[in-house]
Design a protein. Structure first.
Length: 328
């Protein structure tokens, strides 16, 4: 496969792969074994860059499997520390990263902020770290922001924008929340423009605020032509109808694609395996839970997000009773 970006169907979680002929980067690792399965399927044994947005299991759990499998060599690993995160998977990961660092197997540093923009570029690929700012990362979860609001794990989520040959391609919003967005506005970073937005929180609540208002705000900052919700069918009811409707109200022809088939769209799974899916690994394929499945952009044609919209729409029309993305 030529240089490409794959937004993986990992169920409820986020993971993406950037790959050229001599370089591989992972942006978030999803939960469980999906990332390992994809890497093995693609014959990838070397990962040059690993960027983890924040300390939630659905964004980092798969990295534990990568480290423990013994099948992969890693270069740089970057993530932000999180003193309030007490989950077992967070402990397991930080111990594994520390061991690998002390054994000389990886270059691990607990820091990923806007100051790192440009440090992970490779050839035609540019990687911009938009958030968090140094200030918000230094304050950290459990502290307060400039306005006295409590900073959470999501507030310091990394927001990463990828460009190919100078052309903006995709914005990985991690799980940024209102506090994270407020900080970007404070420092004058309001242009998050990108044709593809991997939506934060899988289309669910972004903290205690109004999810539709948050969706409207981030959509207006990004101005996407495609919005991807990385979801697990039957998990947390994402994306919520209010969020999808807020995206659709932005006007234009925004393509909305969920990696798996939301129960809001169909109470039952398709009776036969979808034929429109990309050939790459997708967590929902075996149980016929995919909607768009794993989505891929080839660098030679960055305007095309696979599976192509027409065949994906045919699947939606044939297999859903009231698809969120198609409701009047």
């Amino acid at each position: 496969m030529p240089g490409h970006l794959a937004i993986l169907d990992v169920g409820h979680g986020n993971a993406a792969i950037l790959r050229t002929d001599d370089w591989t980067a992972v942006i978030d690792a999803g939960p469980g074994s999906s990332l390992v399965q994809y890497l093995i399927e693609q014959g990838i044994t070397r990962i040059d860059e690993v960027l983890i947005s924040h300390a939630d299991e659905d964004h980092l759990g798969g990295l534990v499997g990568v480290l423990s499998s013994g099948q992969f060599s890693l270069g740089r690993v970057r993530l932000n520390s999180d003193a309030v995160k007490e989950s077992k998977i967070w402990m397991d990961l930080t111990v594994a990263l520390d061991d690998a660092q002390r054994n000389g197997a990886i270059d691990f540093q607990p820091s990923l902020t806007s100051s790192d923009t440009g440090r992970f570029d490779h050839g035609e690929v540019s990687i911009e770290i938009i958030a968090p700012t140094n200030f918000l990362a230094a304050r950290g979860p459990g502290s307060t922001d400039r306005n006295g609001k409590k900073i959470t794990t999501n507030s310091v989520s990394a927001v990463i924008r990828v460009a190919i040959n100078g052309q903006r391609l995709v914005l990985f919003a991690g799980d940024i929340d209102e506090i994270g967005l407020d900080e970007l506005v404070h420092v004058g970073t309001t242009d998050l423009g990108s044709p593809i937005l991997v939506f934060p929180h899988h289309g669910g609540k972004a903290g205690g605020g109004d999810p539709a208002a948050f969706a409207t705000r981030i959509a207006q900052m990004v101005r996407p032509t495609s919005v991807v919700f990385s979801i697990g069918r039957g998990v947390h009811g994402t994306p919520t109808p209010a969020v999808v409707e807020a995206i659709r109200q932005q006007g234009g022809q925004i393509r909305i694609a969920c990696t798996q088939l939301s129960e809001h769209c169909s109470a039952i799974s398709p009776k036969v395996a979808p034929t429109h899916l990309h050939t790459a690994f997708a967590r929902g394929r075996e149980r016929r839970q995919c909607c768009a499945g794993t989505m891929v952009v080839n660098f030679e044609s960055p305007a095309a997000l696979l599976p192509e919209a027409p065949v994906h729409l045919d699947f939606i029309k044939a297999n859903t009773q009231s698809a969120l993305c198609q409701r009047p």
